[in-house]
Write a protein that binds this ligand. Structure first.
Ligand SMILES: O=C(O)CCC(=O)C(=O)O
Ligand SMILES: [Fe+2]
Length: 265
């Protein structure tokens, strides 16, 4: 199927960036055409069936062939969109680098392990395409403390930020405060068809769990790791050969901590 993505005007990009800066996220409605969304859903449903109704994740374009998500990341319009958001948001030229692309399918009891893990992404721009979101009950909102840090000039400071967040005490405190409504959280109830953008590197964020008998699938596109050169030197993990991330949550967090990515290798 041919992929058609709407072209976003310069003004459209500017208002997206303003939204990301002001309220934590920007959204383009009806960005993904219904037949394309159907193909993504068919891919997700087949993957969840194969995994016996449990969590499954993918993190390479190769593993996503047939889902249309590989075509999105290689689309010049889409690449340009993220590049422009980066450029308007940071005032720096957007480098020609590939996205670090992930598809996460939350399902079954294991879906919980992949929820409520507050983190910073390793990449400046995060684009999120909701593929399958439960229509009722707990649907797994994305919650965030928008723009809670700046882009660190030093890799070491970035690691310290992550260590301060990636420990049982901080995670417990954030979960408790979030439950008590004591945090200035931005909340996204993602609507399939739309695409959402936020500064993943700068914002503490996570998804809430969804009901175990439902599927919640989101595709993520990450752009520009500010510490890519440093991450390369420190040696990063490669995604598995088949791009299937069956990664236990701890490893996802370690992956983030180590700044490893498909892109930097
Ligand atoms: O699935 C989501 O809503 C967010 C996932 C996320 O933050 C990530 O994979 O880095
Ligand atoms: Fe994230």
């Amino acid at each position: 199927m041919e992929l058609f993505l709407p072209k976003i005007s310069e003004q459209g990009i500017e208002s997206l960036v303003e939204d990301i800066n002001q309220r934590g996220f920007g959204v383009l409605t009806d960005y993904i055409a219904p037949p394309v969304l159907e193909m993504m859903r068919a891919f997700v449903n087949a993957a969840v069936r194969t995994s016996g109704g449990e969590y499954v994740g993918f993190n390479t374009p190769k593993a996503l062939v047939g889902s249309m998500l590989d075509q999105i990341s290689s689309s010049p319009e889409f690449q340009d969109l993220l590049k422009q958001i980066y450029e308007v948001g940071t005032g720096k030229p957007g480098p020609e680098v590939e996205f670090y692309q992930v598809l996460r399918c939350l399902a079954g009891a294991s879906g919980r392990k992949h929820s409520l893990r507050f983190h910073y992404d390793s990449y400046v721009v995060t684009a999120l395409i909701p593929v399958e979101i439960p229509a009722e009950g707990k649907c797994g909102d994305l919650i965030m403390l928008p723009n809670s840090r700046n882009i660190r000039s030093s890799y070491a400071v970035n690691v310290i930020d992550k260590l301060l967040l990636d420990n049982a005490l901080s995670q417990f405190a954030l979960r408790t405060l979030a439950r008590m409504n004591c945090l200035p959280l931005a909340r996204i109830n993602p609507i399939p068809g739309n695409i959402y953008f936020f500064w993943g590197y700068r914002s503490i964020h996570t998804n809430e769990p969804c009901d175990q008998d439902k599927v919640r699938a989101t595709a993520l596109f990450h752009y520009v790791n500010p510490h890519a050169a440093r991450s390369l030197k420190s040696g990063s993990r490669r995604p598995s050969a088949n791009g299937l991330t069956g990664i236990p949550a701890m490893e996802v967090r370690r992956r983030d901590l180590e700044q490893s990515s498909a892109k930097t290798q």
